[in-house]
Write a protein that binds this ligand. Structure first.
Ligand SMILES: Nc1ncnc2c1ncn2[C@@H]1O[C@H](COP(=O)(O)OP(=O)(O)O)[C@@H](O)[C@H]1O
Ligand SMILES: [Mg+2]
Length: 243
């Protein structure tokens, strides 16, 4: 299987807080890789390093065979790395359609006409075609999460990075997000999906990586990782009953 993204010996520290010590993994072309780990494990930090918001202290990130660790946020987005934020922050006073358009324009590879067509296609994918003219501020949490994914998709990413899109949702809502991620995957996008709650990952991913103590503790088939002694060790005793 060929890797679209390879992360080697990635580390980042904030003063004496060594959040990521040495993280190693690869994302295969067309797969959904789940990343789990307890609160504070550095999942969001890792995503911020991958998108260029934070600078790593060490290590390399290779995307489609090219080292991108030194590239800025805009170049990485234009190059095909899209992401969502843990707390969705749409432009509340703009419509759903306009919010998706902003994503496409920021991605910067399209004319306005193309961006409009693409926005309509994305709205269809995320299931918000009938809410195009609603103000984003009026959307409920599930639709906000869908829109958050839509804004990232509008940049036409090759890799989509999802930060806890299942958080705060009911079980049936999470199910609809899982289906959405499957649709995105079927469109040929590779996905890294961070989630604090492990059960979501069982159905929604091809492989799961456990991030804890600043390293990639274990990575493999979702069920194997779920049943591994490493997951019991990391999630036990932390008072983490959501897992
Ligand atoms: N910009 C930052 N500056 C300093 N410390 C940070 C910064 N961002 C995150 N951290 C620290 O990194 C650690 C991991 O945070 P985070 O990645 O948000 O965890 P999670 O796995 O829950 O997403 C926490 O201890 C947090 O305080
Ligand atoms: Mg986080």
């Amino acid at each position: 299987m060929s890797a679209i993204l390879t992360v080697k010996d990635l580390g980042i520290s904030f003063g004496s807080n060594h959040v990521l010590k040495s993280v190693n993994f690869q994302l295969n072309e067309g797969e959904v890789l789940g990343v789990i780990g307890p609160n504070g494990a550095g999942k969001t930090v890792m995503l911020n390093v991958l998108t260029g918001i934070l600078k790593p202290t060490k290590g390399t990130i290779t995307f489609e065979g090219k080292e991108i660790s030194k590239e800025g946020i805009t170049d990485r987005c234009k190059g095909g790395i899209g992401r969502t934020f843990q707390v969705p922050r749409p432009f509340e006073k703009m419509t759903v359609f306009e919010n998706i358009m902003v994503g496409g324009v920021f991605g910067g590879r399209m004319s306005e006409k193309q961006a409009k067509e693409e926005a309509l296609r994305v709205a269809e994918t995320i299931g918000l075609s009938d809410k195009l003219s609603l103000f984003a501020g009026k959307l409920g949490l599930l639709d906000r999460k869908r829109l958050e994914i839509g804004r990232a998709l509008a940049t036409q990413p090759k890799i989509l990075l999802l930060d806890e899109v299942g958080g705060g949702l009911t079980e049936s809502e999470v199910e609809s997000i899982i289906q959405l991620v499957k649709t995105v995957k079927a469109q040929g996008v590779s996905v890294i999906w961070i989630e604090h709650i492990i059960r979501t990952m069982l159905e929604g991913t091809d492989r799961v990586l456990l991030l804890a103590d600043g390293v990639d503790v274990v990575c493999g088939k979702p069920m194997e990782v779920m049943n591994s002694k490493e997951v019991s060790r990391v999630y036990m005793g932390g008072g983490d009953d959501e897992a």
